[in-house]
Design a binder for this molecule. Structure first.
Ligand SMILES: [Cu+2]
Length: 343
């Protein structure tokens, strides 16, 4: 009996020691990552990696950004409208080390390769993490009372982040097939409307679901982006990425990246099927498509929208010459191409 008591006493003491240790660990910092990419930056993982973590109230998470493409770490309040752009997002941007307890939003700026952002979670709750640049990129942070056990440790999350990144970037081959398939459909369609049209895929992507949110893969390239045509022919660019918008930009990059523009002495018209269409008469003209994006999915409770932004951009070239172009959003990742107009 006495032995039992002493044993029980030791167990209780051990339990208290463990509890104190785990409470002390309750003020722990966790590490997670945002985005990832291949060496040439063409393949982008548009994701929080991992996108679901369990931490204790009082803990913090430090996110390290791992891609040339920009992202944000943002926690909006329940009922807050997801903004159209960063500038009316969570104003103003909150500094790294801010606390989020659900009562007011916190958000990093647009961050890129090597930058970090930390958030402290003082209050238990389940909080969605979003990126204000990419609407289909989100996850969840479960903040538990410090007396409750946590299911995973840092080593688990490190491994999971690595696996998820590998999985997303490995989708690349599949996506190339996808692009070629679409390409041939576009050519068939073009053949019916006129044989003088060339198609270029302006980005390809795919969204993957996880239990905690969504992650996606993007090929940030003009697929077969260098084309040779005859004067008078038309090139058509189509975005096949459900996550990332692109531009097709010849000449000077304008201030306003989201709207189409053309100068001097040219206009961007809208074709009957909703595609934008410009005519370039010389290599000195500046032609900008504005945002070209795959149509967004409908969401329950959200009003039916216009069929916008445009999915396709067409340019008819009337004059022989060499016409280099870029995506004004992703020039830094090497997203460019060239149109060679033969007589
Ligand atoms: Cu782009």
């Amino acid at each position: 009996m006495k032995l039992m008591n002493s044993l029980q006493g030791q167990i209780v003491t051990l339990w208290i020691v463990l509890a104190v240790v785990s409470m002390a660990q309750g003020q722990q910092n966790w590490d997670a990552t945002v985005g990832g990419q291949s060496a040439d930056m063409s393949k982008q993982a548009v994701a929080f990696l991992p996108d679901e973590l369990w931490v204790h109230a009082g803990d913090s998470i430090t996110w390290t950004f791992n891609s040339g493409d920009i992202h944000t770490v943002t926690f909006l309040t329940v009922g807050q409208i997801y903004p159209f752009d960063q500038s009316n997002g969570c104003p103003p941007i909150t500094e790294s080390g801010s606390s989020f307890d659900g009562s007011s939003c916190v958000s990093s700026a647009d961050l890129t390769l090597g930058q970090t952002y930390q958030v402290i979670f003082p209050k238990a709750g389940n909080y969605e993490i979003v990126c204000l640049v990419h609407g289909q990129m989100f996850g969840v942070i479960h903040v538990l009372d410090p007396t409750l056990p946590l299911p995973y440790d840092q080593a688990f999350y490190d491994e999971q982040a690595k696996e998820q990144l590998k999985g997303l970037l490995a989708d690349a081959d599949h996506h190339h097939h996808h692009a070629e398939h679409q390409h041939s459909i576009a050519d068939m369609f073009s053949a019916r409307v006129g044989s003088h049209t060339k198609s270029v895929t302006a980005g390809v992507g795919e969204i993957a679901a996880t239990a905690g949110g969504q992650q996606s893969f993007s090929l940030v390239r003009f697929v077969d982006g260098t084309v040779a045509i005859r004067a008078g022919d038309t090139v058509e660019w189509t975005n096949l990425d459900p996550e990332i918008g692109h531009t097709i930009t010849f000449g000077a990059v304008p201030q306003d990246l989201f709207d189409p523009s053309c100068s001097p002495n040219c206009v961007v018209n809208t074709d009957p099927d909703g595609a934008l269409h410009a005519t370039i008469t010389n290599p000195q003209q500046n032609v900008h498509s504005g945002l070209i994006a795959a149509l967004l999915q409908d969401e329950p409770g959200v009003p039916q929208g216009l069929v916008a932004p445009p999915t396709r951009f067409r340019i008819t070239f009337t004059t022989p010459g060499t016409y280099p172009y870029v995506c004004a959003f992703h020039d830094n990742l090497g997203m460019d191409g060239q149109v060679i107009v033969l007589p």
